[in-house]
Design a protein around this ligand. Structure first.
Ligand SMILES: [Zn+2]
Length: 178
């Protein structure tokens, strides 16, 4: 089964007013929204990871507080939400594999091909794509729907992903037509 994995597209990261906004990240929102709708239309489950931090999260020693449970910034932009077929996986660390729900969910969905997009390329997207490759699954990355804080670091992650057997793919539709 193919699955789409939408990484951390949350208000605190992708909107200029967000607590840990990555400049320019808002450009991925229409693409992520269109990918999620495309998946729903084609019966492809969408796994959406979200940071859901407690106020004393370990990450806040490194990063400003963000994505605290029950705050607006922790929510996903409405355009990226689906009425059905979307599995929200909450995590308190960068890595989606830190969620105890994630691998059992992949297994339950019989996911053997994972197409990944979201933010940020050199942090949470990196953990997801390299971790998924290590599980032996086929992994695709929608490079038009990811965003890096540091473009050079993002490019290095993409190169590492390809060297490890990952595939870079274009959006499966013309955005204007969706
Ligand atoms: Zn976080």
């Amino acid at each position: 089964m193919k699955v789409f994995i939408d990484i951390d597209t949350q208000i605190d990261f992708v909107f200029p007013a967000g607590a840990l906004y990555a400049p320019g990240a808002e450009r991925v929102i229409p693409k992520v929204a269109a990918l999620n709708r495309y998946a729903a239309k084609h019966g492809i489950p969408v796994i959406s990871s979200v940071c859901a931090h407690t106020e004393d999260a370990g990450e806040f020693k490194v990063w400003p507080p963000h994505c605290i449970v029950d705050t607006v910034g922790q929510k996903k932009p409405a355009a990226t939400l689906l009425a059905a077929g979307q599995y929200i996986v909450e995590k308190n660390e960068l890595d989606i594999f830190s969620s105890a729900e994630f691998v059992p969910l992949l297994e339950r969905l019989d996911a053997d091909e994972c197409s990944v997009y979201g933010v940020l390329t050199e942090y949470c997207v990196k953990c997801a794509i390299l971790g998924l490759l290590k599980t032996g699954r086929k992994v695709k990355l929608f490079t038009d729907a990811i965003h890096a804080l540091d473009p050079q670091a993002g490019a290095a992650v993409i190169a590492e992903f390809v060297a490890a057997g990952g595939n870079l793919v274009p959006l499966p539709f013309d955005l204007q037509e969706e």
